[in-house]
Write a protein that binds this ligand. Structure first.
Ligand code: GDP
Length: 307
């Protein structure tokens, strides 16, 4: 299966909840009237696009209808597809690999897929010829270190670890030292996602930033926030808390398979101003790719006729 097919497959629940409802609405409508607009608005909100983002999209759609840029319900879909693709356009580089080593800090609450994502990105980068190291600084969650070691084995990447309960800053210190000594290109740092205790989270992240910057003044070069798509708009609230504590440079959106809430991708960009850099559409090593906005909307708006 090509990645496009995999992506379409993974997005099938979101498509059902989102695009297929739009298609039904188009099929049942004759004019771009208020009823049509109200229904479309409801579909966007139900698709986890977010209220603010929905309002923006609807304003553009209404304007396009008023200026006769689109003249029928059928023309609304391609308009929305292009408009959303434009909204999702990424502004920054996929990953900032400036430093030697480049430090990538990975943050997010427990269970969103941090460890898994590190394993998968590390694997891809190693295959591209980069020397990668992992650092197991989530010492809070029992078994997190071991889990990263398992992913390290799968990805053929060495893991710097102290074990459960160790001081995360001390693990990061060793990780950075090892990355320098071994001339690694990239060091991934897994962190604990203690969202229920914001003060601790903040303290721990601050300490980690300080330890990194002492050795690598312009690091970390990326702070990736991992969000679980199945949590929909809750992912946005979670992200806002992390934005207060971490210098987030991009989002990894996991578990797009198995959720009807894939519209949250649009809210992440519009409401948080963050680029989604990678997406996860399954548990396997290969079910993980760089986020390509055009490819994403193509998969999302793929109509049944084209199948
Ligand atoms: P962490 O606590 O943030 O480090 O989360 P983990 O990396 O341990 O992942 C939690 C669970 O989510 C694991 O069972 C993963 O296999 C699963 N997972 C991660 N990414 C995806 C994804 O894209 N799709 C699906 N279906 N499951 C995923």
């Amino acid at each position: 299966m090509s990645f496009m097919e995999q992506l379409k497959d993974g997005l099938s629940k979101t498509r059902k909840n989102f695009t297929e409802r739009m298609e039904e609405l188009v099929g049942a409508s004759v004019e771009l009237d208020d009823d049509f607009m109200d229904e479309m608005e409801m579909i966007l909100v139900a698709g986890d696009v977010g209220i603010k983002t929905t309002e923006k999209i609807m304003a553009a759609l209404r304007k396009a209808a008023a200026t006769r840029q689109i003249k029928s319900p059928a023309e609304a879909l391609p308009f929305l597809k292009n408009y959303i693709a434009e909204m999702l356009k990424t502004t920054g580089p996929r990953m900032r690999f400036k430093g030697h080593p480049s430090i990538v800090l990975v943050v997010g609450v427990n269970g969103v897929g941090k460890t898994t994502s590190i394993g998968k990105i590390g694997h891809q980068l190693r295959k591209e010829g980069k020397k990668v190291l992992f650092c197991a600084a989530d010492t809070f969650r029992a078994g997190a270190t071991e889990q990263l070691q398992i992913w390290g084995k799968k990805a053929q990447v060495d893991v710097i670890a102290h074990g459960d309960g160790a001081d995360p800053a001390a693990v990061v210190y060793d990780g950075v030292q090892a990355a320098i000594a071994r001339k690694a290109d990239v060091l991934f740092v897994d962190t604990a996602g203690r969202l229920h205790n914001k003060t601790n989270l903040m303290k721990e992240l601050d300490k980690i930033y300080r330890v990194i910057r002492k050795e690598i003044p312009d690091g970390p070069h990326e702070t990736l926030l991992v969000l679980d798509a199945t949590t929909g708009q809750n992912a946005i609230s979670q992200a806002k808390i992390f934005l207060e504590t971490a210098h987030v440079t991009g989002v990894v959106l996991t578990k797009l398979d198995g959720t009807a809430k894939g519209g949250v991708v649009v809210a992440i960009k519009e409401e948080l101003g963050l680029d989604v850099k990678w997406i996860g559409i399954g548990e396997g090593m290969m079910d993980f790719r760089p986020f390509d906005p055009q490819q994403f909307v193509e998969a999302l708006f793929e109509t049944k006729k084209e199948d």
